[in-house]
Ligand binder design. Sequence first.
Ligand code: ADP
Length: 305
Amino acid sequence: MPHVLVVGSSNTDLVMNTPRLPTPGETLLGATFFSVQGGKGANQAVAAARAGAKTTFIARMGNDNFGQQALLSLQKENIHTDHILLDPDWPSGVAFILVDDHGENSIIVASGANAALSPIQLETAERVFEHADICLLQLETPIDTVLYATQLASQYQTPVILNPAPATQLPSEIWPHLYLITPNETETEMLTGISPNTDQNAQRAAQMLLNRGVQNVIITLGARGALLVTPTQTHHIAAPHVTPVDTTAAGDAFNGALAYALANDQTLPQATRFACAAGALTVTQAGAQPAIPTATQIWQLLKNQ
Ligand code: ADP
């Protein structure tokens, strides 16, 4: 079974739907509340597992109700959680999300234990870096830890996918350790200064990233699909046509499914097509993790195309 290692963040999203956003000092009544598991790392681990991978997730949470619930929900997805640490010294990561009747939102993230995910914790999981088929990373945990993960994976010739989200600059040492980088439009512009608003601009931006030392680039372009650029080929993969309901976690579903497909020996163009289908299905459902599709749904969409 293809084995995907995900290293990254776990948050609990505390969501309130409110008629309007409050002003400072104001107390509003009339909201409704729900909570869901989130965090880019956890979402991508769920996406890889639902796509069909044996998935190991390395993360740090608090030893509190949020952390314990998050752990249980990952275990229900058959994700291997042996290297998740419930740290009594930190609260779990949480995001407070307010959404008003017009869909406008305000979000505050308290990273909590995600900020304490350390290189030392990764060392205890060195065997997983050695045996996984692919390692998938994002940027919601400390950059030193992300960099260390790329080095550890490289040491064992385990290919690394970096989803550079949320958008930020990267240390120059990281590029040669990357098999693939998968920025969305905003992240591409942050990394290269070029908005990938046309195929030609996306191609130029991807080339700039290749020149930094990453082996392959996929720029995700929302409803326009994805542009795959390798040193020898360029493919524009169209997104399946769907009716969008909520675009949350499209990128996470894309990356988790992509990691599964590559770990399962699909070629880069095949894997990109598979990932585009996973992203498209995700935007047809509300919420983050509940919207992430299963392998059956992805294959069905690809068959119907
Ligand atoms: P992010 O969620 O990180 O901003 P994107 O918006 O680029 O990333 O979405 C990731 C992938 O999900 C896209 O490459 C595409 O395959 C799919 N996707 C996103 N939005 C749509 C859409 N409206 N219709 C079809 N597919 C979509």
